[in-house]
Design a protein around this ligand. Structure first.
Ligand code: TYD
Ligand code: MG
Length: 449
């Protein structure tokens, strides 16, 4: 008898009984792959039903967390690793995921047993890395394995408190015929791991590689299933790495952790603003300092722009570290509201340090850097620029402006350009730094040039 099959969209995991050319969920074409449906194994009657508890009797005892001592990591996780949670660490190959996890093992292994499963490297290779990181503890048990049934057996035998699976794309379950890394394998294995995490209170870290589109390979289904999704990002050729929580059932998703990749593994960066401004070129046209806020932590960053006449054809625009579309919008505002003729100029904008800013609060800084390069005039090196810019050229207020101003003051800046809309008694109370209020882009540029 032909076995029952289903069709799953490899982009989003949508399931159907019939083959479809276009996925009704994510609207992609030709993404359906056929997979075998397993028969439900246990037709035995349920032993016992779960008990529903009245809300007012649910104990408030918060989840137990293990502090890793790596502050940048603990903060991103919302105050430490929650026992029995399933954490996905995603990122480009070579960014440092295995390194980070091995370092986590290093700190956690002081008092707990860890099973480190690698489907990518041999135990010897991991040992070489561990030596580089000075991680050496008998509580870390290493195995190179890709068969999930074997891994499951090992977990039952060893009973570790933490399991690390590097990476989800290399592991397969015998139950399915599809290849490792396919939607169904990834889903199957993750589902099992979820049950292990919740059922036995074992914390599980899964490594996942990222595809070109930026989604964790072996579709988004993975993100929905786990408790926490951390992305490890950064430019491969630069040393800074950012750990970002994209999803977190146990904390905020705004926090970022900052690391530097060194000869001996990842080092925490506790004072990012100081670091990024260290080797900044003062008095250069096109260089400005903005105050970005990542979670609870303000970060001063240098934005650089280079505007040059287009030699032929269409003007080029390039954005590194900021959104491309946002840049073109800001250039259009400069063109229309300030009358800066940028249509026949190439514009390149870069955030120094390989950091990515996703915040509109840095708009005004981008505008100032482009204007500075266009006019070939430097801005005062002692000023920090804060403000979102709207389509009509207005400077819009930003959230938590006080934190940003205080960070600027802490790093020795003398002035802050802030949106008029942020003028309040609390900003007025910050002394030791001069505040310049601007309501429009024109006003702001008048202060700067
Ligand atoms: P790795 O953790 O293997 O990346 P991933 O698991 O995300 O694929 O780290 C890859 C890079 O980090 C590799 O190019 C070497 C570099 N590295 C260092 O610079 N210093 C170190 O101490 C270690 C262990 C790695
Ligand atoms: Mg790796």
């Amino acid at each position: 008898m032909k076995s029952k099959t289903r069709f799953v969209c490899s982009e989003c995991g949508y399931e159907t009984r019939k083959w479809l050319g276009k996925c009704p969920a994510c609207l992609q074409w030709n993404t359906f792959t056929e997979e075998i449906v397993e028969a439900a194994a246990d037709s035995a009657p349920r032993a016992s039903l779960p008990k529903a508890i009245p809300l007012n009797e649910v104990s408030k005892e918060s989840e137990r967390r293990a502090q890793t001592g790596i502050q940048e990591l603990d903060r991103v996780l919302g105050g430490g690793i929650v026992d029995g949670s399933l954490v996905l660490v995603g990122g480009d190959p070579g960014i440092g995921k295995s390194t980070l996890l091995l370092q986590i093992c290093g700190v956690l292994s002081e008092n707990i047993k860890i099973l480190y499963v690698s489907g990518e490297e041999s135990v010897k290779q991991i040992k070489i890395r561990a030596e580089r990181l000075s991680v050496n503890n008998g509580n870390i048990l290493m195995v190179s394995e890709t068969n999930f049934e074997n891994i499951n057996g090992l977990i039952e035998e060893i009973k570790p408190q933490v399991v690390i699976l590097d990476s989800i794309q290399t592991v397969y379950s015998e139950q399915l015929t599809s290849a490792p890394g396919s939607v169904s394998q990834v889903r199957e294995v993750t589902g099992h791991l979820m049950r292990i995490a919740k059922g036995q209170g074992i914390t599980v870290f899964i490594v996942g590689h990222v595809t070109k589109e930026g989604a964790i390979a072996g579709p988004r289904v993975l993100e929905h299933m786990v408790d926490t999704v951390l992305y490890f990002e950064g430019e491969r050729h630069q040393n800074y790495r950012i750990l970002r929580a994209v999803k977190n059932r146990f904390g905020s998703t705004n926090e970022i952790g900052l690391f530097e990749m060194t000869q001996h593994g990842l080092k925490e960066v506790n004072n990012p603003s100081g670091l990024f401004l260290d080797c900044r070129a003062k008095d250069q046209p096109g260089s400005v300092i903005v105050a970005s806020l990542e979670g609870t932590r303000p970060m001063l960053l240098e934005v650089q722009a280079l505007v040059t006449p287009t030699s032929f054809g269409i003007a080029r625009r390039m954005a590194t570290g900021i959104d491309y579309n946002r840049l073109t919008m800001l250039l259009a505002v400069l063109e229309k509201k300030v009358g800066m003729q940028l249509f026949n100029h190439d514009a390149y904008v870069n955030v120094v340090g390989g950091i990515r800013i996703d915040e509109p609060a840095c708009d005004l800084g981008v505008i100032a850097s482009v204007a500075g390069s266009f006019k070939n005039q430097p801005v005062d090196p002692d000023i920090v620029i804060i403000g979102e810019v709207g389509l009509t050229g207005e400077v819009r207020p930003v959230n938590q402006v006080d934190k940003r101003i205080i960070e600027a003051k802490r790093l020795g800046f003398k002035k802050c350009l802030v949106p008029s809309g942020n003028k309040s008694s609390s900003t007025a109370n910050i002394d030791g730094i001069e505040l310049l209020y601007a309501g429009t882009v024109e006003e702001a540029l008048a202060f700067l040039f």
